[in-house]
Design a protein around this ligand. Structure first.
Ligand code: ZN
Length: 347
């Protein structure tokens, strides 16, 4: 009996080890695992994938952006779309969804005409891990850590990176805080943190037409403004696109992602990336708060088996946004690029 069961158990262990790399983070990426997988993707698909180092975190980890496009080494006059993940350390699924988008585009480029059109006609930028120091701390320190690892003095650590962007930063204390001990501490100044500066500098060098910043969890799609309940100019378009994305997500697994203006649908915040991006260039900019598959036990702790279904349900929403960026794009030409660079005093 024993002899018969033992190999079965061994086989099961081997299979699960192969499917889910071991370690406390399981199938979720650590900083080093993500770095390795991003460069592996570039190695496999050098014509359409390029990894860029866009700056250093506070603890000197590299901040990476992955570009997916044809002629990937050239900046072509094509619409650019930005997907961001993991401003908040404990929201592990928010690393996986944008990374898997890059992987999906690379792996399906050769065979899928829709993917080929996206990759040929747009430039998709993916920063799956805005907060590597915080992520590592959730793996090796405290699983529910949210902020980066700034030493604020007095025994307090961390700035909430999604309260550190420079539009209406600290306009009030609704959803952000000047208290260094707070979970939503906004930092000592706008863009005080190297992680938000890296996102800012990438954004200003490019001509992004749309942006999604992934978080978890609430199963909701949010758009500017976050700092006020007043609707922005263009609110109808923001809402229309959110509705399209929500419908496409729901069509996959039946899960309804509610949508609305941040301040109305969830809570008021200030200094988040979508308000800043929208203020800079008026583009559709969304926070997608991903689902916990199981609300009772899920929360921040999605199972590793949930990674693929959550990616798969968000894929058509991301595809819609890219498609829309392509259809709505008005090429601005080199002269406008030069003007933009002069305006922002960048090289
Ligand atoms: Zn978050």
């Amino acid at each position: 009996m024993k002899a018969k069961i033992a190999p079965l158990i061994l086989l099961t262990l081997l299979l699960s080890a192969a499917a889910y790399p071991q370690g406390i983070n399981g199938a979720y990426h650590s900083y080093l695992e993500l770095e390795a997988d991003m460069f592996a993707l570039q190695h496999r698909y050098p014509d359409i994938v390029k990894v860029f180092d866009i700056g250093d975190s506070l603890e000197k980890r590299n901040l990476y952006a992955m570009k997916i496009s044809d002629n990937v080494l050239v900046e072509e006059d094509e619409p650019e779309v930005l997907f961001l993940g993991c401003h908040h350390a404990r929201e592990w699924i928010s690393v996986e969804v944008p990374f898997l988008m890059g992987k999906y585009l690379a792996e399906n480029y050769a065979a899928d005409p829709a993917v080929r059109r996206f990759v040929d006609q747009s430039e998709i930028w993916i920063v799956p891990l805005v907060n590597p120091d915080g992520l590592e701390y959730t793996i090796h320190g405290y699983r529910l850590w949210r902020k980066n690892r700034r030493d604020n003095g007095g025994g307090d650590y961390g700035v909430d990176l999604n309260r550190n962007y420079g539009y209406k930063w600290g306009v009030d204390n609704l959803g952000s805080s000047a208290n260094p001990a707070s979970e939503v501490y906004r930092g000592s100044a706008p863009f005080s943190e190297p992680e938000t500066r890296a996102v800012r500098d990438l954004y200003l060098k490019k001509n992004f037409q749309a942006l999604v910043s992934f978080h978890s969890y609430s199963q909701v799609i949010l758009y500017p403004w976050g700092y006020t309940k007043q609707p922005p100019d263009g609110a109808a378009t923001l809402k229309e696109i959110a509705a399209e994305m929500s419908a496409r997500i729901q069509a996959v697994n039946g899960r309804l992602y509610e949508y609305g203006q941040s301040g109305d649908a969830l809570y008021l915040t200030n200094g988040d990336v979508t308000d800043w991006a929208f203020a800079m260039s008026g583009i559709p900019a969304y926070t997608i708060e991903l689902t916990p598959i199981d609300w009772a036990s899920g929360g921040f702790f999605n199972r590793q088996e949930d990674i693929d279904p959550i990616f798969e349900e968000n894929l058509p929403a991301m595809a819609y946004l890219i498609d829309r960026a392509i259809r709505d794009y008005r090429p601005i030409g080199p002269a406008a690029y030069d003007l933009k660079k002069r305006l922002f005093k960048r090289d």
